[in-house]
Design a protein around this ligand. Structure first.
Ligand code: PGA
Length: 248
């Protein structure tokens, strides 16, 4: 299984900078490289990204296919605009926008019904980490989102372990924490998908950069990374494409 690199642009960039970003970006050349830009840019970035073999995705979606939901965007619209996957349950959605496990479960359900591959983000807060409750929190997040799914539903889907305290901070979690959590997540996935759990990619996210990427990718059960800040700089992104390829 080759490793994966996903850039999460969050609420940064404008369409001109998105276009010039792609003009400076290397071709993925068979490496699984993805970008989740603000959904407004999907349509304009689509052709250029395809030429670079980079998949585009969405950072969030509404759990309904359509309806009177002012300001929301449905999975069908995102797909129509060029999204090939959707990030669900990002810690900023959970903590800044109050998305509960229940909300995320509904979004996962819709994504499965629509055949829209998702990247499910999970992770504990600093308090939960300090209280030694990280595994318990992650286990609940996984069980709520995945317990009613089967292996076929997980085709093309991934899990991203993103400790809330490592996102946007100075440093990623330590190698020991990453290793322990990824083993734990793999074991939890086995509960739901038996031996098929081995083929579900588990990404790490939280202060990944070209400086630490190589080391992170050598940790067992780390199948790729979800990168925020460092994915906004084309030079750093190119470096990370190279490092991901070297580790694939
Ligand atoms: P960061 O963000 O790389 O800026 O820490 C990661 C994320 O939120 O996915």
């Amino acid at each position: 299984m080759g490793k994966c690199l996903i850039g999460n642009w969050k609420m940064f960039m404008d369409w001109r900078s998105a276009d010039s970003f792609l003009s400076c970006t290397s071709r993925a050349n068979g490496i699984d490289v993805r970008i989740a830009p603000p959904c407004l840019f999907l349509h304009t970035m689509r052709e250029h990204a395809q030429g670079l073999q980079i998949k585009l995705g969405a950072q969030n979606m509404n759990e309904n296919k359509e309806g009177a939901f002012t300001g929301e965007i449905s999975p069908l619209m995102l797909r129509d605009a060029g999204a090939e996957f959707v990030i669900l349950g990002h810690s900023e959605r959970r903590h800044l926008f109050g998305e509960s496990n229940k909300t995320i479960e509904k979004k996962v359900e819709t994504a499965v019904v629509e055949g829209f591959p998702f990247v499910l983000c999970i992770g504990e807060t600093i308090e939960e980490h300090k209280e030694g409750r990280g595994d318990e929190v992650i286990s609940e997040q996984l069980s709520s989102a995945l317990s009613s799914l089967n292996s076929a539903n997980m085709k093309g889907c991934m899990i991203a372990y993103e400790p809330v305290w490592a996102i946007g901070s100075k440093e990623p979690a330590s190698n020991n924490v990453i290793e322990q959590k990824h083993v734990f997540i793999r074991d939890e996935l086995k509960k739901y998908f038996d031996e098929d759990a081995a083929s579900i990619s588990i990404l790490y996210g939280g202060s990944v950069s070209p400086k630490n990427l190589d080391e992170i990718l050598t940790i067992e059960n780390v199948d790729g990374t979800l990168v925020g800040r460092a994915s906004l700089d084309p030079e750093m992104f190119n470096e990370m494409i190279q490092i991901t390829g070297d580790n694939s």
